[in-house]
Ligand binder design. Structure first.
Ligand code: NOJ
Length: 544
């Protein structure tokens, strides 16, 4: 059953726009708001319910906008606040909602408060808004603890005090240009509440919360002592601290004070659904990305476990599940599925050398059919609808992700999934802009093959499949919210029914075609065999 009205988020299909790489109307090589506006017809034809736009606020772009100077200005690279309002209104006019990003854990180092903190010196109230500490060792020249940055290297940087002497250290779980805020400080709480209200007042329908499981740090900032996040959930000193939940309760009250109420989706890489569910209790956030689904290998038993655990645990607090296969931080889905195994990790970019792109495409086609058949909401990452692979051979000198430099050129980081989109099969930038100014990351020569325009009307294209499936999901009363019932199936096959009416079967055996239930074939991600069986790496919807 499909959700309507204020419950729209329970089963919406949300398309992620990474504005730098979507469409470049100004022609400077970096995508912008005018570019998004020019491509609204693409979004309408795709059949999505909402977009989520990555940060577009004023920023020196040390982490592609996740280093925010102020929420009340749009970075001139992307446009103006007025253009953002026009975009929101134009999308509303065609029935598409807008979700924007909020980055509460850290600011840009150019944020006024951080600059004031640097100038004011140790012990000052200005330093209290961030996490400054004296170093360890006799001269304070060792970092205050052993935390590491998510982009490699230490999570602490030492500052030079006004008198020119080496001074205190400040915490940055990401790049040094992204100092962590102190969430015990009332100014922090107030500034973020103001940011929410500013954009809610401009008409945005919700926020995606960056590193939603961070914010608070354990008192005393204890050492990790080798503790990793995956194996010690709940005891980690800088993830998932209890104070977070009170903040999200207050954010929920703000969202609920609007008519219609606004919504939140959490980016919380919490490796345990029991803890993840705490973020989506009825008085906290609405939904949270399902990274267990994204990172799950192409294995029916493991996939079934992820689906069951997601539905049961989130369902126990009344929250819908979400399903996601890609975003701007992970290698593109066709390239991951082109490998025998996909490894869990921050960026999932350490892709094995050997791969089979055709297999990746087949599995990605089946996976979208699986996602759209499950109860809950679905996130798509721009370019996924084109079947775009990861660009795996970007040369070091063009890499922009801080991960590359901070790892000494050993970790390729996330640039490979952020290359500007191809819209037309030819032209210097494949229609990303009309000036021919090369995009901020170079597009490979093979990009044109995946261009949106090349797929228009082409039989069996990924774009055609996405459009057809999104329309089919919308039209199908058995889909949207609700339950699933598993069907008996051979090992390696996922098979379930929605509302007693519509079956979805996915053949993950990797070995042989499988039988499908009797009924009318609604859609198939490939072609059934001549005797009506489902080939490997293929999905089918059947009306029983
Ligand atoms: C998660 C975002 O998705 C990622 O792109 C960013 O680098 C980090 N948070 C830090 O803000």
């Amino acid at each position: 059953m499909h959700s309507v009205g204020n419950d729209w988020w329970r089963d919406a299909v949300i398309y992620q726009i990474y504005p730098r790489s979507f469409a470049d109307a100004s022609g400077d090589g970096i995508g912008d708001i005018a570019g998004i506006r020019s491509r609204i017809p693409h979004l309408v034809e795709l059949g999505i319910d909402a977009i989520w736009v990555n940060p577009w606020y004023r920023s020196p772009m040390f982490d592609a906008g996740y280093d925010v100077v102020t929420y009340e200005e749009i970075d001139p690279l992307f446009g103006t606040v007025e253009e953002a309002e026009q975009l929101i209104a134009e999308l509303h006019a065609v029935g598409i909602r807008t979700i924007v990003d909020v980055v509460p854990n850290h600011t840009s180092h150019l944020h006024t408060w951080f600059q004031e903190a640097l100038a004011a010196g140790p012990g000052s109230p200005e330093r209290e808004r961030y996490i400054f500490r004296d170093g360890r060792g006799p001269n304070g020249d060792l970092p205050p603890n052993d935390w590491v940055s998510c982009f490699h290297g230490p999570a602490w940087t030492r500052v030079t005090e006004a008198d020119g002497t080496p001074g205190q250290w400040y915490l940055h779980l990401f790049a040094p240009e992204q100092p962590d805020r102190n969430w015990e400080h009332p100014d922090t709480v107030r500034e973020l509440e103001d940011a929410l209200r500013f954009w809610f007042d401009k008409g945005v329908d919700g926020f995606r919360i960056d590193v939603a499981h961070s914010l608070f740090k354990a008192p005393g900032l204890p050492d990790l002592n080798g503790l990793t996040w995956d194996d010690k959930c709940g005891e980690h000193p800088h993830w998932d601290q209890p104070g977070i939940h009170e903040i999200y309760r207050s954010w929920r009250r703000i969202a609920d004070s609007y008519d219609p109420p606004r919504v939140f989706v959490a980016e919380a890489w919490v490796p345990d659904h029991q803890r993840l569910k705490n973020y989506v209790r009825p008085d906290e956030l609405h939904t949270s990305f399902n990274f267990d689904f994204l990172t799950c290998p192409w294995d029916a038993a493991r996939m079934r476990r992820v689906i069951d655990v997601s539905l049961e645990t989130l369902g126990s607090v009344g929250a819908p599940a979400t399903w996601v296969l890609g975003n701007h931080d992970v290698a593109r889905v066709v390239s991951r599925y082109a490998r025998k195994e996909q490894r869990r990790g921050q960026n999932l970019v350490h892709l094995a050398k050997e791969y089979d792109l055709e297999m990746g495409q087949r599995r990605a086609r089946a996976a979208i059919m699986l996602m759209l058949a499950l109860p809950g909401s679905v996130y798509l990452y721009q370019g996924e609808e084109l079947g775009l692979p990861e660009v795996e051979d970007l040369p070091g000198e063009v890499m922009q992700d801080p991960t590359w430099a901070r790892s000494g050129g050993t970790d390729p980081g996330r640039d490979g999934c952020r290359v500007p989109l191809p819209w037309s099969p030819e032209g210097p930038t494949f229609g990303f802009n009309t000036t021919g100014v090369e995009g901020w990351l170079p597009q490979p020569e093979w990009f044109g093959r995946y261009a949106a325009a090349s797929q228009e009307g082409a039989a069996g294209s990924m774009l055609g499949l996405y459009r057809t499936m999104l329309a089919a999901r919308r039209a199908e009363p058995a889909l949207g919210g609700g339950e699933i019932e598993w069907l008996e199936s051979p090992s390696g096959v996922l098979a379930f029914v929605r509302d007693g009416a519509l079956a979805c079967v996915v053949n993950m055996t990797g070995i042989e075609p499988c039988a499908v239930p009797a009924g009318e074939v609604v859609q198939c991600s490939g072609t059934l065999t001549s005797d009506g069986r489902l080939p490997i790496d293929t999905a089918v919807w059947i009306r029983l």
